[in-house]
Write a protein that binds this ligand. Structure first.
Ligand SMILES: O=C(CO)COP(=O)(O)O
Length: 253
């Protein structure tokens, strides 16, 4: 059985005080959510404050990105994976489409970040997904396969045990246009097949694949009912504690 993961990506939102207030409001609302892992990803500057206030709770912290370098050094503006860990994070989002699109992150760079995250003891959440143009051109699967192969290059079997993949079709992010549960399921099942083919059948059965892109309280249950959807990476709807808690506490039938 794969334990579901519901993660909130706060992107570049919230000052420290608001981050802490949202986290503290969320805490009692998800305290009984034993069916899943609950993760929030605040901005770098708020991680330590949020982590301190959530200590002992069932909410875990993710960074939104990390440096590709493992060793500390002259890398202005970067935050090392072990620094995130030091601040209280146990997960890190890697290769989000906004970083691929707006900050020119390549699969090669994303692969280095995966290695750095794992070396620091963080669980990386590797984001993959095609653009609308790629879907319309009929190359969505080819793109996703390339992102899996590129992103996971030279990871060992034991590394692969610990990663999470998030399928986030770019056309569904922040657009209100969610993939249908069937569209998402189709790609999730493809991702699991590629993973089994490239790596190992057994690990592919344990791999958790999250869906991201306009997830809301009213569409989460339909997505989670699909056999290969193991959770969600939520953007906009994770910013408000009450709304995110409704997603975490989705109707499990
Ligand atoms: O990018 C996302 C999560 O990483 C999804 O964002 P939205 O939920 O706002 O569409």
């Amino acid at each position: 059985m794969r334990r579901p993961v519901i993660a909130g990506n706060w992107k570049m939102h919230k000052f420290i005080a608001d981050s802490v207030a949202t986290a503290l409001a969320l805490k009692p609302l998800v305290a009984n959510a034993n069916h899943c892992e609950v993760i929030i990803a605040p901005v770098f500057t708020a991680i330590k404050s949020v982590a301190d206030r959530l200590e002992g709770s069932n909410i875990k912290i993710a960074g939104q990105d990390c440096a590709p370098e493992k060793k500390h050094g002259a890398h202005t503006g970067e935050v090392a994976a072990d620094m995130l860990r030091d601040a209280g994070a146990s997960y890190v989002i890697v290769g989000h489409s906004e970083r691929r699109q707006h900050y020119a992150e390549t699969d090669t760079m994303i692969n280095r970040k995966m290695h750095a995250a794992i070396a620091a003891g963080l669980i990386p959440i590797l984001c993959i997904g095609e653009t609308l143009a790629q879907r319309e051109a009929g190359i969505a699967e080819r793109v996703v396969r390339g992102q899996i192969e590129g992103g996971l290059r030279e990871l060992t079997a034991s590394d692969l045990e610990h990663i999470i993949i998030a399928y986030e079709p770019v056309w569904a992010i922040g657009t209100g246009r969610t993939a249908t549960p069937e569209q998402a399921q189709q790609m999730h099942s493809f991702i699991r097949r590629v993973f089994a083919e490239k790596f190992d059948e057994e690990a592919s059965r344990r791999l958790r694949i999250l869906y991201g892109g306009s997830v809301r309280p009213d569409n989460i249950a339909g997505l989670m009912a699909q056999p290969d959807i193991d959770g969600a990476l939520v953007g906009g709807a994770s910013l408000e504690a009450e709304t995110f808690a409704r997603i975490v506490n989705y109707d499990r039938g």
